[in-house]
Write a protein that binds this ligand. Structure first.
Ligand code: ZN
Length: 177
C-alpha cells in the first residue's frame, strides 16, 4: 500500500485482522438442531470454514462482517457475560452467517435495529433455540432487552418473536391453571 506523506507522517490505511477458525473456540454447534436447520447437511463444513475475529474494546458484543461473513466477537463479552447469553448470541450470529452466504443484506441503515429483516429472522431463531434449552418467556424477554433499544422497540421485537411481556405471561399462566 502506498503511504502518501501527510504532514510529515505516513499512515498505512490497512489494519490487518487476525482471523481464527470458529471450531477452535466453539465446539459441537454442528449438533444443535437450530444450527442444523440453518445449514442442513452442510452444517459441519460451514462451521469448519467459519472464521472468527476477537476484539478487546470495552463495548460491543458480537457481529458478523458483511464483507466476508466472519464473526466479530468481544473478548470481554465472551469472558464475562452469562454463558447462556453467549450461546444464544452465537446462534444469532450464525443466522447472520447464513444470510450473508445467501447474499442477503445484514444491515438496513434506513430501518431501526428491531425492524431489520435480518435481525427479526435472527432473533426468531434465537428465541426458538432459547425455548428448546428450556428458557421461559420471562428469561427470553430479558435476553431481548438490549441496551440500545427503546421499551417500545423491545415490545415490538418480543411480539415478532412470540415472546410475551412478563406481566401478561403470568396472567396467561394463571388462566390456564
Ligand atoms: Zn443480529
Amino acid at each position: 500500500m502506498v503511504e502518501k506523506p501527510f504532514h510529515g507522517v505516513r499512515i498505512s490505511r490497512i489494519g490487518p485482522t487476525r482471523l481464527y477458525p470458529f471450531t477452535r473456540f466453539f465446539r459441537g454447534f454442528e449438533k444443535v438442531p437450530t444450527v442444523r436447520a440453518l445449514f442442513g447437511k452442510n452444517t459441519s463444513r460451514v462451521l469448519r470454514a467459519q472464521k472468527v475475529e476477537f476484539f478487546s474494546a470495552r463495548f460491543g458484543y458480537m457481529g458478523t462482517s458483511d464483507v466476508d461473513g466472519h464473526l466479530i466477537i468481544s473478548s470481554r463479552h465472551l469472558k464475562e457475560s452469562e454463558l447462556r447469553t453467549v450461546y444464544l448470541d452465537l446462534v444469532h450470529e450464525l443466522c447472520h452467517v447464513r444470510q450473508f452466504r445467501k447474499g442477503r443484506p445484514l444491515f438496513y441503515p434506513k430501518l431501526s435495529y428491531v425492524d431489520a429483516p435480518s435481525e427479526i429472522e435472527a432473533y426468531r431463531l434465537t428465541v426458538r433455540e432459547g425455548r428448546r434449552i428450556g428458557m421461559t418467556d420471562r428469561e427470553l424477554w430479558e435476553y431481548l432487552r438490549i441496551e440500545w433499544i427503546t421499551p417500545n422497540e423491545l415490545r415490538r421485537l418480543a411480539r415478532r418473536c412470540g415472546v410475551s411481556p412478563p406481566g401478561r405471561s403470568a396472567r396467561a399462566k394463571r388462566r390456564s391453571r
